[in-house]
Design a protein around this ligand. Structure first.
Ligand SMILES: Cc1cc2nc3c(=O)[nH]c(=O)nc-3n(C[C@H](O)[C@H](O)[C@H](O)COP(=O)(O)OP(=O)(O)OC[C@H]3O[C@@H](n4cnc5c(N)ncnc54)[C@H](O)[C@@H]3O)c2cc1C
Ligand code: FES
Length: 290
């Protein structure tokens, strides 16, 4: 698989000045975990509200006036377009400021940027989604996209893990996927917990136990770099080739459009060429580069 196979280039939303954010209003906030909130938002401009399009896997540059800009994927599915969503982990300046905002607050949005998950390539195949912690955010968009077009795909395995039960994001959707008889859903936490009767173990080990078949399959793996690094060898052991494995890279970004050079790894600009890559594309990178 080459970059172009998994890059669906989208036209930039802002056809004039791509640095100019569009004003969006926060319409709903969900407390996912003590450190993660999902923000449902939509554009102030009525026309943009109607015309905005994006694909699963793409991201935006979100800004808070007077604080700065940060990169988050669009975690909602293009198949469910009442509003847009981003799930944000509180880690620093912008994310703390965002977590302090309430419903009705205005934020800036530039995008959608980056490539999308290769839905055409995935059609007709068995799909394996592996995620850890906030890494479920980009897959949340993709999983709903796939489930809303269920007939196009084969078997679906989802393995999702977090450190503790409290750290599991999108619990309402985990429940829905558990109940869906067309999905083989496995949720796990790293350590035993008093309020947890489910699987215990790290995501790579649990993926090995679930042992999804590699034949005619694509695995999409998103989560902390350490989880990704340990999951790829497990999938290889199960027979997946590097071309059958996809992930997203989260290099720090600034412009989001391949101009500033903030996010490059060698010749690749993660914002422009990614953030989605096959393992085949990135396996030659040093492990501290992704
Ligand atoms: C394509 C892409 C998609 C992303 N999607 C999401 C998402 O859906 N939800 C989400 O919560 N986060 C996401 N991130 C990460 C998010 O952009 C950063 O956590 C955010 O920019 C931090 O901003 P801040 O001002 O709060 O942190 P800062 O105050 O700037 O930094 C706080 C700490 O986080 C570290 N940090 C900041 N950004 C990154 C990064 N990109 N990689 C590694 N360490 C970093 C800093 O080095 C510092 O230690 C994504 C990143 C990329 C590149
Ligand atoms: S963020 Fe500027 S080149 Fe990628």
């Amino acid at each position: 698989m080459t970059i172009s196979d998994i890059s669906h280039r989208k036209r930039y939303l802002a056809e004039g000045n791509v640095y100019l954010p569009h004003i969006a209003v926060i319409e709903k906030i969900i407390d996912e975990t003590p450190a993660v909130k999902t923000f449902h938002f939509n554009f102030k401009d009525e026309k943009l509200r109607k015309e905005f399009t994006f694909e699963s896997g793409q991201f935006g540059e979100y800004s808070i006036l007077g604080t700065g800009e940060a990169t988050f994927c669009i975690s909602s599915s293009p198949t469910r377009r009442d509003d847009l969503e981003c799930a944000v982990a509180r880690v620093g300046r912008v994310t703390n400021a965002l977590h302090r905002l309430g419903v009705g607050a205005e934020i800036g949005f530039r995008g959608p940027f980056g490539n999308s998950f290769p839905l055409d390539y995935m059609a007709g195949k068995n799909l394996v989604f592996v995620a850890g912690g906030i890494g479920l955010a980009p897959l949340h968009s993709l999983i709903w996209n796939v489930l809303d077009n269920r007939a196009k795909y084969g078997n679906i395995d989802i393995v999702y893990g977090a450190r503790t039960p409290r750290d599991l994001c999108f619990k309402y959707d985990l429940e829905a996927w558990e109940k869906d008889s067309s999905v083989n859903m496995t949720t796990t936490v790293d350590r035993e917990a008093p309020d947890w009767q489910g699987n215990v173990g790290f995501v790579p080990a649990v993926t090995e136990k679930v042992a999804p078949a590699a034949k005619n399959a694509v695995a999409i793996v998103c989560g902390p770099p350490i989880m990704i690094r340990f999951t790829f060898p497990v999938l290889e052991k199960l027979g997946f080739t590097p071309a059958q494995m996809i992930t997203t890279l989260e290099k720090r970004m600034k412009c989001g459009i391949g101009k500033c050079g903030r996010c490059n790894i060698g010749e690749i600009y993660v914002c422009r060429d990614g953030p989605g890559f096959s393992y085949e594309q990135i396996k030659s990178f040093r492990s501290d580069e992704y």
